[in-house]
Design a protein around this ligand. Structure first.
Ligand code: AMP
Length: 543
């Protein structure tokens, strides 16, 4: 084989930072603080402060490969840590502020974090686990809601004492950059260790027109937290493109987000469906309150975006949803539900069904679905199987060595998602493997039922889960939360969805709840519904 004669130029995060400093020094990073005021800084400030942070961390003893944890909202200091830490050759480890302190303790111990950067507004959470983390040598406090407590370093004071330049090391592109733990609803959370190369490639593909199309003229607002799968890589792709960044901080309710989107003329915002349900409800309530003409894409992922929500945004508010699927283990972008050019002439119903699917794989992500024996299944749009993926930003193993059974001998990652793939390559998630409902040996897609229920005008949220059944082993039961002041009877709900599904798919019972329980990353927590209502069909009292 003849070797090509091109430069072995490493793909590192340092290059993204360098570009921002060189070409986009006046571009803005806007952060919303706990008191709702806005803080503005330029990429030139960001670049200088990143170097200052690196100088400060070095003085605190941070060396190559050390883990520097963050316990922060989305804001400029978090962005600075996203760059300074990996560019020094260390690893930024994002801790999920929605986890229980015992889980945070487990994760911080497992990662052996040596320094922790924490928001003053999250200090109470820190106190509930931080002092027990044996590896922790320094705590740096971002003074977002008051001064740094005694015995800690004040982030701003540390930076004020440093220089605007840092001698960034030349890094191998495979150097570890970031550590993210999966939300771990089953078993212990597992660490995913991203590299500079995987992060850069992921950012480049996120900027492609036919994926998320992040571009220089965009104003990107990651509502998805920076502790959830690196805010889907937006802090890297937006800086790579030279786009403006709007960081929403702790105010994540529909009204606050809409105010911010309108005020900052956001063009692309990204978050999980539960966030968007709140936004849609606020817009339906006061359709003329906000001018959102700047918004070109609302990226929804992390859980299935119901077709009714996608349609509601587009028909009632002229807002375009881009539905995407991914996982922490894949940095996270896997598929995007853009419509291929050759399919644009399909009927409005078919186009909506394509937009509500999880889409087809982005470049360099390969997908296949397999049966229980691991044999690939046909792409006929009907056969269910577990999805497997591979690609340059897909994990090859977990950081803490757990979960070896998720990686196949022939180099694929078992996602745990049960899907169909159609002949055009569009994927539809029917369930998480652990949430699958098996009634008399037949699979029922809870996701399809939920989407249908959520198209009922009175329904705010619906989750369908498996309840134990004396004859069929499992049967579907729906938990439903209604919009304020509205309701529907089980018969009305059933009438709304029957006709769209085989009869045996229809839920046997409906449980009314005030809100569907959620995981730490905003997904429906069906294990809790099963725990609470899973025996309802056995004739036992609901607990
Ligand atoms: P996480 O690593 O926390 O982001 O969780 C990844 C999991 O979220 C996937 O394996 C899916 O089960 C689910 N998920 C992510 N995006 C979607 C989507 N667009 N539709 C349905 N499920 C999704």
């Amino acid at each position: 084989m003849l070797t090509g004669r091109m430069m072995a130029f490493p793909l590192t995060i340092t290059h993204l930072w360098q570009r921002a400093r060189e070409f986009f020094p006046r571009q803005e990073v806007v952060s919303r603080l706990p008191d709702k005021s806005l803080h503005r800084q330029t990429y030139a400030d960001f670049a200088a402060r990143t170097a200052r942070l690196a100088n400060a961390l070095k003085k605190l003893g941070v060396g190559p490969g050390d883990r520097v944890a963050t316990l922060c909202w989305n804001h400029r200091q978090h962005l600075e840590a996203y760059y300074a830490v990996p560019m020094m050759g260390a690893v930024v480890h994002t801790l999920n502020i929605r986890l229980h302190p015992s889980e945070l303790l487990y994760i911080a111990q497992s990662a052996e974090d040596s320094v922790l950067i924490v928001d003053r507004s999250l200090w109470k959470l820190y106190e509930a686990f931080g002092p027990e983390v044996r590896s922790l040598r320094h705590v740096i406090v971002v003074p977002d809601a008051g001064p740094a407590p005694e015995g800690t370093h004040d982030y701003e004071a540390l930076l004020a004492a440093e220089h605007d330049e840092y001698a960034w090391p030349a890094l191998d592109e495979n150097t570890a950059a970031m550590l993210c733990y999966t939300s771990g609803t089953t078993g212990n959370p597992k660490g995913v260790l991203l590299s500079h190369r995987s992060t850069v490639l992921h950012a480049m593909v996120s900027c492609m027109t036919d994926t998320l199309g992040i571009r220089q003229g965009d104003t990107c607002m990651p509502v998805v937290p920076m502790f959830h799968a690196a805010a889907w890589g937006l802090p890297y792709s937006a800086v790579l493109a030279g786009a403006k960044l709007v960081m929403p901080g702790p105010h994540l309710d529909g009204l606050s987000l809409l105010d911010l989107m309108a005020a900052e003329k956001v063009t692309l915002a990204a978050g999980v469906p539960t966030i968007w349900l709140g936004i849609l409800a606020a817009l339906d309530n006061e359709p003329r309150r906000w001018d959102l003409r700047s918004v070109r894409a609302m990226v929804i992922g992390g859980a299935a975006a119901p077709a009714s929500m996608i349609e509601g945004f587009s028909t009632r508010h002229s807002l375009q949803v881009v539905h995407a699927w991914g996982m922490t283990e894949m940095s996270p972008l896997g598929t995007v539900a853009n419509i291929k050019h050759g399919l644009l002439d399909r009927s409005p119903e078919e186009l909506l069904s394509l937009r509500a699917s999880q889409g087809y794989a982005v470049p360099f992500v390969e997908t296949r679905h397999v049966n229980d024996q691991g044999s690939p299944l046909p792409r006929d749009g009907e056969t269910f199987g577990e999805l497997e993926v591979r690609g340059p930003w897909v994990a090859s193993s977990y950081y803490n060595g757990d979960g070896g059974d998720r990686f196949t001998d022939d180099g694929w990652f078992k996602t745990g998602d049960v899907v169909t793939l159609d002949p055009e390559g569009y994927m539809r998630i029917t369930d998480r493997a652990k949430d699958v409902i098996k009634s008399g040996g037949e699979w029922i897609s809870s996701v399809a039922l939920e989407n249908a229920l959520m198209s009922h005008p009175a329904v705010l949220e619906a989750a369908v889960f498996a309840a134990q059944h004396p004859t069929w082993s499992e049967r579907p039961v729906a938990a439903v939360a209604f919009k304020p002041g509205q309701s529907a009877t089980p018969d009305e709900l059933r009438a709304h969805i029957e006709g769209r599904f085989a009869k045996f798919w229809l839920p046997d019972a409906y449980v009314v709840v005030s809100q569907i329980p959620r995981t730490s990353t905003g997904k429906f927590l069906k294990s809790k519904l099963r725990e609470e209502h899973g025996r309802i069909l056995l004739g036992e009292a609901v607990t």
